[in-house]
Ligand binder design. Structure first.
Ligand code: SAM
Length: 226
C-alpha cells in the first residue's frame, strides 16, 4: 500500500484572505487535518466552507499524536498539518511529526503561506540579506543571558517574537546589551491595527506600556562587528 503524504500547510496570521489557492485545495483533498487547536481551525474551515475530520496535535501531545499520525500515513491517508496561525513548525508544533515522517520515509510537502517573521522583516526597512531568527527569548535566566550575548555579538538583523506583556522587560534587557540601537516593532500584521513602529530602543521602551497585540521585534544589524 502506498504511504500517504504529510502536507505542512500555512494558514493566515490575522487576515483570513491570506491563504493560498493550493492550501485551500489541499485542505479540501486530505483525509484528515491535524490542528494545534481544533476549535480555532474549525473557524477557518467554516470560513472556507470545508468539512474534514480534525485531530489535535499540540505542544503537550506531540509525541503521542505523532505516532498516531504516522500510523495513519502508513495506512495511506493524506494529512494536512496546520497550526493556529502562520507556518507550522515556526514557534509552533510540527517538528516532531516531520522528523518521524522522514525516519519512516513518508513524504513531507510544504504548502507555503503566511509567516509573521518573514512579513515583519520584509517591511522593516532593515537588512534582509542576512538575518537570524531567534523565536521567543528563553525565560530561564542563564539561557536568556546566552541568547542576549548572541544578539550582542551578531552582525546580522535579528528577529524575535514577543508577547505584549513581556515587551517592556525584553526591551530593557536589549537596551543593556545594545545601547540605543534601532528596532522595528511590527504589530498585528495583516490585521486592522497593523503597525510598524521604527524607533531606537529608548523611545520604544517609553511607548511599550501602550503597545498591545501580537508583536515581532526586528533589531538592526551591528555594523561595528565584521
Ligand atoms: N507560526 C507562526 C508564524 O508562522 O509566524 C508563529 C506562531 S508563535 C506561537 C506566535 C507569535 O508569532 C506571536 O507571539 C507573535 O510574536 C508572532 N505573530 C503571529 N502573528 C502575528 C501578527 N499578525 N503580527 C505580529 N506578530 C505575529
Amino acid at each position: 500500500m502506498n504511504k500517504g503524504i504529510l502536507y505542512v500547510v500555512a494558514t493566515p496570521i490575522g487576515n483570513l484572505d491570506d491563504i493560498t489557492l493550493r492550501a485551500i485545495k489541499i485542505l479540501k483533498e486530505v483525509d484528515l487535518i491535524a490542528a494545534e487547536d481544533t476549535r480555532h481551525t474549525l473557524k477557518l474551515l467554516n470560513h472556507l466552507d470545508i468539512s474534514k475530520p480534525l485531530i489535535s496535535y499540540h505542544r503537550h501531545n506531540e509525541e503521542v499524536k505523532s505516532d498516531i499520525l504516522i500510523e495513519k500515513l502508513k495506512e495511506g491517508q493524506n494529512i494536512a498539518l496546520v497550526s493556529d496561525a502562520g507556518t507550522p513548525g515556526i514557534c509552533d508544533p510540527g517538528e516532531e511529526v516531520i522528523k518521524k515522517c522522514i525516519e519512516e520515509e513518508i513524504n513531507v510537502v510544504p504548502i507555503p503561506g503566511a509567516c509573521a517573521m518573514i512579513n515583519s522583516l520584509i517591511c522593516s526597512g532593515l537588512n534582509t540579506k542576512e538575518f537570524t531568527f531567534l523565536g521567543f527569548l528563553p525565560l530561564n535566566k542563564k539561557l536568556r543571558k546566552n541568547k542576549l550575548e548572541e544578539i550582542k555579538n551578531s552582525n546580522k538583523t535579528i528577529i524575535i517574537y514577543e508577547a505584549p506583556h513581556k515587551l517592556e522587560t525584553t526591551l530593557k534587557d536589549l537596551k543593556e546589551i545594545l545601547n540605543n540601537r534601532k528596532i522595528v516593532l511590527a504589530r498585528e500584521i495583516t490585521k486592522i491595527h497593523e503597525e510598524f513602529v521604527r524607533e531606537n530602543i529608548d523611545d520604544l521602551i517609553e511607548k511599550s506600556k501602550n503597545i498591545k497585540g501580537e508583536i515581532v521585534l526586528i533589531i538592526e544589524e551591528n555594523d561595528n562587528i565584521s
